[in-house]
Design a protein around this ligand. Structure first.
Ligand code: PNS
Length: 176
């Protein structure tokens, strides 16, 4: 039986920390589905399509990695892919409680799907998509944190948000 894992997340956007887990997971499992959560309740910076495009670009070197989106329950998506494993990265103790909660819930929902954790490489232990966005927003150097294609996408995204904000401010000034 092939070992198939689902590596779920928001990936808003993908970082070197995520990529480290995906790359190592692709060596352990026959196939890894990188599953981008499509959740309208969250307010992501990048659309699902943009996040998928970036992930496909950066996972191109790994032929057994497939990038898709999912909505609803993760275990339902995993079952639809015949996956017997969920793969998650652990950075620090602070991740543990949240991960334990979702792992326990997933086990209640489907006891046949096992969750596997990989410790993130220590150089990425502090790294998160939120921190990358914060630094990128203020033009900080993120070249060690995300692949060049993601760096470029962040630069463009914040430039377009800033110009939209400027245009809105100007039209507000005209009205007042
Ligand atoms: O990168 P994130 O935001 O920490 O990923 C969270 C994710 C996508 C793994 C989690 O929110 C999830 O699995 N959502 C799908 C809904 C679900 O299955 N919920 C039940 C388990 S809590």
């Amino acid at each position: 039986m092939a070992s198939i894992a689902v590596c779920p997340g928001s990936f808003d956007p993908v970082t070197y920390g995520h990529l480290d887990i995906i790359r190592r997971g692709a060596k352990v499992f026959d196939r890894v589905y990188v599953a981008v959560l499509n959740n309208s309740a969250k307010k992501p910076l990048f659309s699902v399509e943009e996040r998928i495009e970036l992930l496909r670009e950066v996972t191109r070197p790994f032929p057994n990695v497939i990038v898709e989106s999912f909505h609803g329950l993760l275990v339902d998506y995993a079952r639809s892919k015949n996956a017997n494993a969920i793969l998650r990265g652990l950075r620090a103790v602070s991740d543990f409680e949240y991960e334990m909660q979702i792992t326990s819930m997933n086990r209640v929902l489907d006891e046949n799907i096992e969750t596997f954790f990989m410790m993130t490489n220590s150089q990425y232990a502090f790294l998160s998509s939120s921190i990358v966005k914060e630094v990128a927003k203020y033009n900080g150097n993120i070249s060690d944190l995300v692949p060049p294609v993601v760096e470029e996408a962040l630069r463009k995204k914040f430039a377009s948000l800033a110009s939209r904000e400027n245009a809105a401010n100007q039209s507000n000034e005209k009205l007042t």
